[in-house]
Design a protein around this ligand. Structure first.
Ligand code: HEC
Ligand code: HEC
Length: 404
């Protein structure tokens, strides 16, 4: 790849007289004034390298939108922008502030903290395998309430301008990025722009979405178990797995915890979430108007959807406490207590009948509940925690240097 860049720089040199290696300025001090030549983008080679999406055992291929093909340069720019606090009005908050890699890209809080200490109204969500949430046949794919369809849309309409998150305007973000010492060059390399004025919100969203579509991993003990049974999961975890799958699995061995309906289990959907919207019985309300947070209903305008939230992935669930859209449960044991209680009077108008009619769920013994929790722990994957490509580039000494 380096070779190509040098060759093309050579071509550019012949044609335009570009300075040697102009594509790798850096590290620069923040006050460095770019020369007129360095300011120009058309002298920088535009030679994007198609991003080679790793094939991950157990996960289907990621579907990439035709209008945002992934490139090495786009993913790299997206990583910088994901961790860029300049996106927020007072330069304090980045996407990474509320999505930490070591917590499967959540933040450990019930409600996240935006600029000026503002608190979000919902709990941060994991971004591992987020690309699999973008279902082609649905416009309600992302967020607890399904308010966004694609990753690009979530970035354009979500955190940057949300007053509780980054509280910025896109005009301001565009102005800052156009005036930046490094980003114009990176936008050039990723998207072939020829002038700084072409840096806009759509390209920011495309780059961050490209980065997000790389955040895929399936290297938990459960995944290893699929290939080497009985080595990676112990007896208790295997019992928990059976209860979790129940008769959704091929073998019906006794009791059914019914979890797999909504937190899909089958091998080709190894993402552990159906990603539909349902009410899992958190709030006991007399009628559909009384939910403290109407969730999906506020998005669809359908009263019958009030109280429904996204059936999220349970991969890495042990890393993403506290739980539910409002972070109301601190532990997985509390989550299990909740599910078992549904058959004992906790109810609201539209609790999913996959839960209300579950014959075994209310009767799970403490041991069986603990078994399910043990199984959930086998879904923890920390293989990516120290991955440089997913890490905050600004924690490096010279973030702008090539190949970091
Ligand atoms: C102040 C904290 C905060 C910041 C900053 C933030 N997020 Fe989030 N993120 C959240 C919260 C909270 C939710 C869930 C909100 C909801 O559903 O209402 C969320 C949800 C998401 C989702 C949906 C995940 C899913 O499974 O549906 C995506 C994608 C996402 N964020 C990406 C980003 C990106 C990209 C950025 C930066 C441009 C960002 N977030 C900045 C807190 C934050
Ligand atoms: C009818 C569908 C359905 C079934 C069945 C179901 N869940 Fe859920 N689950 C959901 C929904 C919807 C949410 C999000 C609810 C919210 O936050 O309002 C959720 C959330 C969770 C969470 C918290 C996720 C997070 O990121 O905070 C855990 C853990 C969980 N479920 C585990 C289980 C287990 C274990 C079972 C089986 C005992 C189960 N679920 C059965 C629909 C279901």
């Amino acid at each position: 790849m380096k070779k190509i860049i040098y060759l093309s720089c050579f071509a550019a040199l012949v044609l335009t007289g570009c300075k040697e290696k102009i594509d790798s300025i850096g590290p620069l001090s923040p006050n460095y004034n770019l020369t007129e030549l360095e300011e120009r983008l058309d002298t920088i080679p535009y030679f994007p390298t198609a991003y080679n999406m790793p094939v991950i055992d157990g996960l289907p291929p990621v579907e990439v939108p035709a209008d945002n093909p992934m490139t090495e340069e786009g993913v790299r720019l997206g990583r910088f922008l994901f961790y860029e606090t300049e996106l927020s009005i007072d330069n304090t908050v980045s996407c990474g502030s509320c999505h930490h890699v070591d917590k499967a890209f959540t933040d450990g809080l019930d409600f996240s903290i935006g600029v000026n200490g503002a608190r979000t109204t919902r709990n941060s969500m994991s971004l591992i395998n987020i690309a699999y949430s973008e279902k082609q046949n649905s416009i309600h794919n992302l967020m607890w309430d399904g308010s966004f369809s694609t990753l690009e849309q979530q970035i354009l309409e979500g955190p940057v301008t949300n007053s509780l998150e980054m509280a910025n305007t896109w005009e301001e973000v565009e102005t800052r990025l156009r005036a930046h010492n490094h980003y114009p060059r990176m936008f050039r390399q990723a998207f072939g722009i020829t002038d700084k004025s072409e840096i806009n919100r759509e390209l920011v969203a495309k780059a961050i979405a490209q980065f997000e579509r790389t955040l895929n991993s399936a290297a938990s003990r459960y995944d290893q178990h699929e290939f080497v049974p009985f080595e990676y999961m112990d007896e208790q975890e295997l019992r928990g797995m059976q209860l979790f799958i129940g008769d959704a699995g091929s073998v019906n061995a006794g009791k059914d915890g019914e979890c797999a309906h909504c937190h899909s289990f089958t091998r080709d959907k190894a993402v552990f979430g159906r990603f539909n919207f349902s009410n899992n019985g958190l709030d006991s309300t007399g009628n559909s108007f009384m939910f403290p947070d109407p969730g999906f209903g506020a998005v669809t305008g359908n009263i019958g959807d009030n109280g429904k939230f996204k059936e999220v992935t349970l991969r890495n669930i042990a890393l993403t406490a506290p739980y539910m859209h409002d972070g109301r449960f601190n532990t997985l044991e509390e989550v299990m207590d909740h599910y078992v209680s549904i058959g004992h009077g906790t109810s609201s108008p539209n609790v999913s009948n996959e839960l209300t009619t579950a014959p075994d769920l209310p009767n799970l013994t403490q041991q069986e509940q603990d078994d399910i929790v043990a199984f959930l722990h086998a879904l923890t994957d920390t293989s990516y925690v120290n991955k440089v490509e997913w890490s905050d580039p600004f924690s490096q000494e010279n973030p702008w240097q090539e190949n970091q």
